[in-house]
Design a protein around this ligand. Structure first.
Ligand code: IVH
Length: 584
């Protein structure tokens, strides 16, 4: 029997050593799988030979009740949120509010990065982890204790002497940006749906019902505060509390900053903004906390957030990524636009894979190459754009971007436009790419407004040589359409019926639908007010009176003039006007 006792003792020793390295030193000596096998072996032996069972066995000490369900548990103290503002100047209001409240101008702050992850509340009693709860509704959260092994640096047992008897530790669980990109790349390569942001992955992994070895050890935990502490007056300063927590075995952010002056806070914000794209985890702002815990208690709380802390959020997002390739797109009006294919990046849930480089001068000005690392900016819902190329040691094998001399679609020679910034394909509707976009534009909402005529349908009809102009769409017969193999009959019947229903159209929608450069719907409306028939409109252009009658800019009137001096265009417009009545 001594033999069994020794096996059990050795197993415990081994497991404890692995745990120490894993939980405290962040080093995995064995894989999760091997660790689990050892633990199960120990459990089995302890069950079988209960005389050797012990309360200090690792099978008892780690929240080892791997429950399948994530039951709600109460936080001892509620997990509050933070008041968020978007301008650093708001810090002065916050400062003055505290100064007035405590009648003291000698305020010290602990400034931290606001990590964009999932909040976790971990309870320790007598140094041992009791449970780990998500924030939930602030008062109770999901008990995810059974899943904490996926977090690389969450101690299950605290280190050091004089550790508070009861301690609720709060922090953020997150995943590295580089891991996120790799995971999504793998999912994409295996034709699986990728995650839209790092937070989704984290909460997905934390709430995983089945044990899995995928994505394990990808989660990190950084501590930013405490909840309930017994004894109550254990900590005096927030900044020093974080350092103390580090000595207990937690990871704290190396960017935490003790600020004795207002100007230190401002420069921390500025530094963080610059740092944001260099560090390998997502941050969405900074958190400024009054340092003295005694004063924190004096200032107090609303029922939503502490009045002694504030989050200053970054309102623009710059994300670092890499240019994988360049495509040249032919626009509706023949302008060739270079579009960079990016390593996908995530702006608060919006995945950006492509970004326009506008023109050759922009590429030159920013010194963009294929393979360059670039900062992409997106403020609110504005279209993302490249703001800067970042040089780093990975910038090898850069490939220069060469603008094509011929149209990537119809292969006709490109010409530089007047201001020599843009390359243009002059092949008009004879270029399939322009044709496709013109037809799409024609049936778009402000034009003929036919829902259901999408790029794929148009491309197919063009490829089958069934249409060349939007007018041809009205001439399509059911018989012709149904002769196409592999088509969805219902889609075509729908489109066919919709086209048949169009009997008339307002002139401004008609003019817009023609797709003349710079003629948007409001310009179109302005022009349409001056005319009573299509003949009157054409006559005015022919007599070169357009500028006198319609008060619009030279560029726009020139574009109109250039369109209508082409005989084929006039013929096309007149034929259209016979097919569909234009209302003036
Ligand atoms: S302090 C009572 N500090 O931001 C104080 N929160 O919008 C509450 N967060 O739910 C939190 N980094 O999950 C604090 N350095 C930091 C933080 C941080 C990220 C998260 C936290 C909280 C949310 C509030």
């Amino acid at each position: 029997m001594k033999y069994i006792e020794n096996i059990i003792k050795n197993l415990r020793k081994k497991i404890k050593l692995y745990e120490y390295f894993y939980n405290v030193l962040n080093v995995s000596l064995v894989s999760d799988y091997e660790y689990d096998i050892l633990l199960k072996k120990l459990l089995k032996l302890e069950k079988k030979f209960s005389e050797y069972d012990s309360d200090i066995s690792p099978t008892k000490q780690i929240g080892n009740n791997f429950s399948e369900e994530f039951k709600l548990r109460n936080h001892i103290l509620p997990m509050l949120s933070l008041e968020s503002v978007y301008k650093i100047s708001n810090f002065y209001n916050f400062y003055n509010f505290i100064k007035k409240k405590i009648n003291n101008d000698n305020l010290k702050f602990c400034c931290e990065l606001k990590i964009d992850g999932v909040a976790l509340n971990v309870l320790y009693k007598d140094k041992l982890l009791v449970h780990a709860l998500t924030r939930g509704n602030g008062y109770s959260g999901e008990n995810v204790t059974s899943n904490i092994s996926v977090i690389k640096n969450l101690p299950k047992k605290l280190l050091g002497k004089n550790v508070p008897k009861v301690l609720e530790v709060r922090g953020e669980v997150f995943i590295l940006k580089s891991d996120f990109l790799n995971l999504n790349k793998n999912l994409h390569n295996n034709f699986k749906k990728s995650f839209s942001n790092t937070r989704n992955i984290v909460s997905g992994i934390l709430r995983r019902k089945k044990k899995s070895y995928i994505f394990n050890e990808k989660l990190f935990f950084i501590v930013y505060g405490v909840g309930f502490v017994h004894p109550n007056n254990y900590f005096k300063s927030h900044y020093f509390m974080l350092n103390k927590l580090r000595s207990f075995g937690f990871n704290i952010s190396k960017y935490n900053n003790f600020c004795k002056k207002k100007c230190n806070v401002i420069s921390f914000f500025k530094r963080s903004l610059l740092m944001k794209n260099k560090i390998d985890f997502d941050i969405d702002g900074i958190v400024i906390k009054l340092d003295s815990i005694n004063l924190q208690k004096k200032i107090g709380y609303t029922n939503k957030f502490p009045k002694w802390a504030i989050a200053i959020k970054f309102n623009t997002k710059n994300i670092l990524t890499k240019i994988l390739n360049i495509n040249f797109k032919v626009g509706r009006t023949g302008i060739i636009t270079p579009v960079a294919k990016l390593f996908p990046i995530n702006f608060s849930g919006v995945i950006v894979k492509n970004v326009s480089l506008y023109n050759k001068d922009n590429i030159k000005k920013l010194k963009i190459n294929i393979g360059s690392y670039v900062l992409v900016k997106r403020s609110g819902n504005v279209i993302p754009k490249i703001v800067k190329v970042i040089y780093n040691k990975n910038c090898k094998n850069l490939k220069k971007i060469f603008f094509p001399k011929i149209c990537p679609c119809c292969k006709s020679n490109l010409v530089l436009n007047k201001n020599k910034k843009l390359y243009v394909c002059m092949n008009g509707v004879f270029c399939n790419s322009q044709k496709k976009k013109l037809i799409l534009h024609f049936f778009s909402k402000n034009g003929f407004n036919v829902i259901g005529i999408g790029p794929k349908t148009i491309e197919m009809l063009i490829n089958k040589k069934m249409i060349n102009t939007p007018l041809d769409m009205f001439k399509l017969s059911k018989k012709k359409l149904f002769s196409i193999k592999h088509f969805k009959k219902k889609t075509f019947v729908n489109i066919f019926n919709k086209l048949k229903k169009i009997k008339n159209i307002y002139f401004y929608n008609f003019l817009y639908a023609l797709g003349i450069p710079e003629i948007g719907i409001s310009v179109s409306k302005n022009i349409s007010k001056k005319f009573n028939s299509i003949e009157e409109f054409l006559c005015c252009i022919r007599n070169n009176n357009f500028n006198k009658i319609v008060n619009i800019g030279i560029v726009i009137s020139k574009n109109i003039y250039n369109f209508f001096i082409i005989n084929n265009n006039v013929k096309y417009v007149l034929e259209l006007s016979k097919t569909i009545k234009i209302i003036f």
